[in-house]
Design a protein. Structure first.
Lengths: 505, 314
């Protein structure tokens, strides 16, 4: 009996300790950690940066952003022309590009289908608000596509086509899979979708027939790791080769770890305070300017945010077309803040409600900001709300200030329309109830001359810097932490980075 | 045993209905809008209204409840608002991972906790006893996520013996067990402490019994007295604890599955709550309830095997 017990323990030990950890297969297999699981691979239902990350390797676009750039370059469209009135864009499509899994050649019919389906109410596309400016989509022959707009739309390429919303789908595949298409994506990209085990991993494999040439990697596994400390442990141990993060803790540690390398790129996010210009003391611009002077953004960036970005100095992100910081600035100056409050009739300060989502870094930023405001006499009632419930809570009103990070495409029309255009006041996303820039936003939207358009966006920034409906806190970096043997990783300015050129040493 | 089965058959449906009703109401009371989760932050009010209508969420709560009951009577637990897949299919897909983790944690806690408890009882009021109970107290007090991260730091990153994340594959037993080891230890920590303390307590009771004194006076070795006579009688409350804790371990697997990035019922439940996926949340909670009731009933029924004198009375 005793001998049998010992044998049993030895066998169990051998199984547990002795079996070799399966390596990722061949060295051309890379494992990438994702923050959360995928909601859908259907561009109409695109709901998270992880789906964009994976989809970016499966699909192509008509036009796409160049590596690490906000400039558009050809993809499945080799060239394009805009009519003189700006209402028609004609795309000439690349020939001989095939969809995965035998779904045939990519044609203008597929491109037409890919765009038009966003307009179909049964599809329930998240991008209906953007694509409703399209009047008609024509397939002219097999490889020419013509899009007609209701009004000139210079931002359509950057704000729709070059994003996940613009992924080119196989009409046959979507019709075949129907409602199951969310998890049966078929594209023309460098990798072919193989499988998805929810909570475990997504697997894509090399597309030998990719039009730019097959990728170096034979296989990519995307693994959801919800806990950020564990994702860092996983990349340290080699369980994954690459993770993306915005965590200051991971950023700080990874920079010192000699087994890893860290790449950063400015994201397109603006994290800012929205001041409710419709309510109480916030109606007075002097109060809003006082709040801007009361907060030391440099200190916040160093001590709360761990230098994971750059200080905000405009409502636009530096990667937005038309960005400028040659506008009125509000350096940290508590004395000036108190003087402005006094002029506004609040010499002893006032009370306010500050609502923030319970996500990093906001649950650290909010108390720190409240601390700065307390020093100039503003008593802040903090109200932290779970992320999913945040917009419902905000929609109920009753707040003086919010903090939100908004990531929108590099053409500022979408971002300004969402956050500063008066028709989008709550229940929309214009949380500060701002409306002074409406006419300028409308003019810029249809302006075809690039230089004039830029001038309008500069004027909008100057106006916002005077009115202070929002206070930009910082522009976060997008951070990639990877094993040293990961090569060819191209810096990108969005949440997804290009896997196609990557390889493993 | 037959009476026990009849009692189970009678009590299960109303218990389940009660659990489902409570979950149904709670999910609709917490703030957050499933339509907004599905359509995104930039959804227009019209689109949100339409989505709520499609999901039936614009109906009064009592109408939604009646529809829910009607579907339930037809055996339809619904489809996930997120994935459109059958909620039961989603549960059955991940349940094996949670089951294997919970069973492994139970085994680990029994292997560690029972001997610690026996040792402590035998060495009562000695340094060995105090040290054993200190270890048990640590097990009971240490949060699972802290234990999990500590195990990762030491055994994965430090020694490189175990992987950090994942559940392995059901096609490869070795890899499966390799991935299971640390999560099972982490999840089993609390139970180890409870088992050790309970074992010590019940062993002390049993070791004081007359028949144990008789066994010793007959010249039987201490090992035989402990393992063959005393422990068997001490087993009943220990088995009860193990049975009750299997259900609790499955619920507690939420944290372990998140820390170790394992698929499982716990993670499915958390993801569904964050997504306000009401049908999925209801289905997972109902599933936990059924498993809990069945396991507890099996524990009751097992008494008659261990001690045929025990009848499971109504």
């Amino acid at each position: 009996m005793k001998a049998r017990m010992i044998r049993l323990i030895l066998v169990a030990g051998l199984i547990v300790f002795g079996m070799p950890l399966a390596a990722g297969g061949a060295s051309s297999v890379i494992k990438i950690g994702m923050i959360s699981d995928i909601k859908s691979f259907d561009p109409a239902h695109l709901g998270d940066p992880n789906a964009e990350l994976v989809g970016h390797s499966i699909y192509n676009y008509l036009v796409r952003f160049g590596p690490g750039s906000t400039e558009i370059e050809p993809d499945l469209a080799t060239r394009w022309e805009t009519s003189s009135d700006g209402k028609v864009i004609t795309f000439h499509l690349r020939k001989g590009v095939n969809f995965h899994k035998g779904f045939g050649e990519f044609t203008a019919e597929d491109a037409k289908f890919s765009i038009e389906r966003h307009l179909d109410p049964n599809v329930k596309s998240r991008f209906l608000g953007v694509v409703k400016e399209v009047e008609k989509v024509e397939a002219v022959g097999s490889h020419t596509l013509r899009i007609h707009f209701k009004a000139p739309n210079p931002s359509f390429l950057t704000n729709f086509l070059a994003f996940g919303s613009g992924w080119m789908l196989s009409k046959k595949a979507v019709e075949k899979f129907g409602s199951k298409y969310d998890f049966n994506p078929v594209g023309t990209g460098p990798f072919i979708y193989e499988s998805y085990q929810r909570g475990t991993k997504v697997v894509v494999t090399k597309n030998q027939d990719y039009y730019k040439g097959p990728p170096k990697l034979s296989r990519v596994e995307f693994i959801p790791i919800p806990e950020s400390a564990v994702s860092y442990a996983a990349v340290q141990s080699g369980d994954v080769d690459l993770i993306y993060t915005r965590s200051k803790t991971i950023y700080g540690r990874a920079k010192k770890n000699t087994d890893l390398k860290v790449m950063t790129a400015p994201a397109l996010t603006v994290r800012q305070l929205y001041l409710n210009t419709n309510r109480g003391p916030m109606k007075d611009v002097r109060v809003r300017r006082a709040i801007a002077h009361a907060i030391d953004r440099k200190q916040l960036l160093v001590h709360v945010l761990g230098n994971t970005g750059i200080v905000g100095d405009s409502i636009l992100n530096p990667n937005h077309f038309g960005y400028t910081n040659d506008i009125k600035q509000y350096p940290f100056d508590p004395a000036r803040a108190k003087k402005l409050l006094s002029e506004a009739g609040f010499p002893n300060g006032f009370e306010m409600t500050f609502v923030y989502p319970l996500i990093p870094p906001d649950f650290e930023l909010a108390p720190a900001i409240a601390g700065f405001l307390g020093k100039v006499g503003i008593k802040v009632k903090l109200e932290g709300v779970e992320r999913v419930a945040f917009h419902t809570r905000v929609g109920q009103g009753g707040y003086d200030m919010l903090i939100i990070g908004l990531t929108r495409p590099p053409d500022p029309d979408n971002y300004l329309t969402v956050a500063f255009y008066s028709p989008n006041r709550p229940p929309g996303q214009n949380h500060s109830y701002y409306g002074n820039a409406d006419k300028l936003i409308e003019r810029a939207r249809v302006e075809l001359d690039r230089a004039r358009r830029k001038e309008i966006y500069i004027n909008i920034q100057k106006m916002a810097a005077e009115d202070m409906p929002t206070i930009p806190i910082y522009y976060p970096y997008s951070i990639a932490v990877m094993r040293k043997n990961v090569k060819g990783h191209v810096v990108g300015i969005f949440n997804f980075w290009d896997i196609y050129p990557m390889s493993l040493d | 045993m037959r009476r026990g089965l009849v009692r189970l058959a009678i009590s299960l449906p109303p218990t389940l209905l009660g659990v489902l009703t409570i979950v149904f109401l709670i999910t609709r009371l917490i703030p957050g809008d499933p339509a907004r989760v599905i359509l995104g932050e930039l959804a227009t009010p019209e689109a949100l209204r339409e989505m709520r209508h499609l999901l039936g969420l614009d109906q009064p709560v009592y109408i939604q409840y009646l529809k829910f009951l009607g579907d339930l009577l037809q055996g339809d637990l619904g489809t996930s608002l997120r994935t459109q897949a059958s909620v039961l299919d989603e549960i059955l897909r991940v349940f094996p991972y949670t089951l294997e983790l919970s069973v492994a944690a139970l085994i680990v806690s029994a292997i560690l906790g029972v001997p610690i408890g026996i040792f402590s009882a035998i060495r009562r009021n000695t340094a060995g006893d105090f040290l054993s109970m200190a270890i048990a107290l640590l097990g009971v007090s240490a949060p699972v996520f802290w234990v999990g991260i500590l195990l990762i730091l030491v055994f994965s990153l430090g020694l490189g013996w175990f992987p950090v994340i994942g559940a392995g594959s059901h096609d490869d037993l070795g890899k499966l067990l390799h991935h299971l080891a640390l999560p099972a230890i982490a999840l089993g920590t609390l139970n180890t402490g409870l088992m050790a303390r309970l074992t010590r307590s019940t062993m002390l009771d049993v070791l004081g019994e007359e028949y144990v004194r008789t066994a010793r006076s007959k010249g039987l070795s201490e090992r035989v007295v402990i393992w063959r006579h005393a422990l068997r009688n001490a087993l009943i409350p220990i088995i009860t604890l193990m049975g009750l804790n299997l259900g609790r371990l499955m619920g507690g697997a939420i944290v372990t599955e998140t820390v170790f990035a394992r698929a499982g019922l716990g993670r499915l439940l958390v993801d569904s709550i964050f997504a306000r996926d009401y049908p999925q949340v209801q289905a997972v909670v109902a599933f936990f309830a059924v498993v809990f009731i069945l396991v507890n009933s099996l524990v009751d029924l097992s008494y008659t095997y261990i001690d045929p004198r025990i009848e499971t009375d109504a």
